[in-house]
Design a protein around this ligand. Structure first.
Ligand code: DX5
Ligand code: ZN
Length: 219
């Protein structure tokens, strides 16, 4: 059975106090630390690169879930693996051959994720999904935190979940963007087992409780 996990996104943290933020997330029961790498080309914003991942790595033993919103992600992958990523996710829209990207990332010794933006269909990606460890369904347009979840993306998670079930594959399905305490149950009902949350966790006066509510939304 796939475990339900909460992956707070440090995109919503105070970058000047990143170490403390990561330590607090660990204390509050985060399962993974979601790290949003933006390159200023695939998306307009620039966030951080391998040095931030190494610095976060030194602060926590939790798995680092690195979401590369970058062009030429494979060219950058090895640096992020060396910096301490445990899951490396690249965007299907940025890969010439997404299945080959999954093989290349796995060959680096980490888990491989493939991300799809809201307008990217799963058609054409079934072969890639068989070779991936995780599908990341973007529930907002990549680029910034604090947006509203786009409801129609839930159907994509359901579609992937049915495909994995029918194929007898146990893969992780992550959803990223606009997840709140109010929609977490619907997100899980769509087959998602890794819930990314930036604003919902960082704006909460009680992060431990919020993380627990997100995880147990459907229990
Ligand atoms: C958006 C990022 C998300 C973002 C989520 O491009 O990939 O991980 O931090 O933030 P919230 O949960 O605030 O929508
Ligand atoms: Zn993300």
């Amino acid at each position: 059975m796939r475990k339900i996990c909460v992956a707070p996104s440090i995109l919503s943290a105070d970058f000047a106090a990143m170490g403390e933020a990561v330590t607090e997330l660990e204390r509050c029961g985060a399962d993974l630390i979601h790290c949003d790498v933006m390159d200023g080309t695939f998306v307009p914003k620039i966030t951080f690169g391998t040095d931030m991942i190494s610095a976060v790595r030194r602060r926590t033993a939790l798995p680092l879930d690195v979401h590369l919103m970058c062009v030429d992600p494979l060219g950058k992958a090895e640096g992020f693996v060396r910096a301490g990523a445990d899951i490396l996710t690249v965007h299907a829209e940025a890969c010439e051959d997404p299945a080959a990207a999954m093989r290349a990332i796995r060959a680096m010794g980490v888990r491989a994720g493939i991300a799809v933006s809201p307008d990217t269909p799963l058609e054409g990606l079934w072969g890639c999904l068989e070779e991936a460890d995780m599908l990341l369904v973007m529930s907002v347009y990549p680029g910034r935190g604090g947006q509203k979840l786009i409801e129609r993306t839930l159907a994509k998670a359901e579609e992937a979940y049915s495909f994995f079930q029918a194929a007898g594959l146990e893969k992780d399905i992550e959803m990223d963007g606009g997840i709140t305490e109010d929609n977490a149950a619907d997100v899980q009902a769509a087959g998602v087992n890794i819930l990314v949350a930036g604003n919902t966790v960082f704006r909460s006066p009680d992060k431990e409780k919020t993380i627990r509510i997100l995880r147990e939304a459907r229990a």
